[in-house]
Design a protein around this ligand. Sequence first.
Ligand SMILES: Cc1ncc(COP(=O)(O)O)c(C=O)c1O
Length: 347
Amino acid sequence: MLANGKQDLEWQKLGFEYTKTDYRFSAIYENGAWSEGDLTDSEIIQIHEGAPALHYAQQCFEGLKAQTAEDGRVLLFRPELNAQRMAITAERLSMPAVPKELFLRGVERAVQANHSWIPPYGSGASLYIRPLLIGIGENMGLKPAKSYEFRVMVSPVGPYYKSGGLALISLAVSDIDRAAPHGTGDVKAGANYPVGLYATRKAKELGANEALYLDAAEHRYLEEAGSANIIIAQADNKLITPKSDAILPSVTRRSIMTIAEQELGMQVEERAIDLRAEIDSFLEVGACGTAAVLSPVGKIWLDEHWHTFYGNGEQVGPVMQKLYDMLCQLQCGEREDRFNWIHEVKI
Ligand SMILES: Cc1ncc(COP(=O)(O)O)c(C=O)c1O
């Protein structure tokens, strides 16, 4: 630990990897009620071999970040939307919802207890917060668990894509589906993710950063990337984003659409996007999410060739640059919080 109360880390060099911090928050649901919850210093979860989280993926998670502002305040971005989304996911997976108060308290306590691990202002890194809800206890048959653990772990992280900063990424349209219509694509079930690992590997073999999914019914409409929603700038100041029941309602994407409409006066639309019919009208494309922030997409692999966007796919376009700047300024307290999205954690 350094004299300034921070860990001796090379913050600028962090990737999106796990670093063990000092504490995590844990609360248990048993006999129909949640415990108060407390901090623990063990990163190991000991659970029964018959736990439904292990056998039937009765498990879900969330992801958000804490950032340090220039004046040293520690800021979360719209954490109540993560609490709400975890409650919706829990309902879909027949798990007890974590009450909003418990969710926010768990997040705040995990951040406070690990303040030496929160990257400093201007380092380009942030504290990634990962709330988890898992079905524990013994339960061999296919039925909901009787007990659950809600845990919040944190880790300092750098950029999600290795290119770092606001560098261009590429996506490859996958032949494999991520989520079925009327399935669980719109909730943050852990089970949605291992099925995408194969598609990600195939995308990487093509030289792309990540897979891009089309709707599972027709393979026609754009859905989302493996861990990010998609936004598209078109002519006449338009910003569009796919409408689908099978994609995760990204907090970042919802925020960007609001900023685009209300601060930049863009014409925003959430609608079905027929990829092959419309790709030539895409001026700029971006992938957005807590981890990805807003990563401009230079090119997309579709039907055996690359489609490039702004500047031959080699330059960041002005719309994505502006939206990225505005979002980052808001998240680290450099911009007036006119939508009331910032949640300060008192350290
Ligand atoms: C599949 C998927 N889509 C989109 C997102 C982006 O969502 P958010 O902006 O809420 O982080 C994520 C990451 O959380 C994700 O896993």
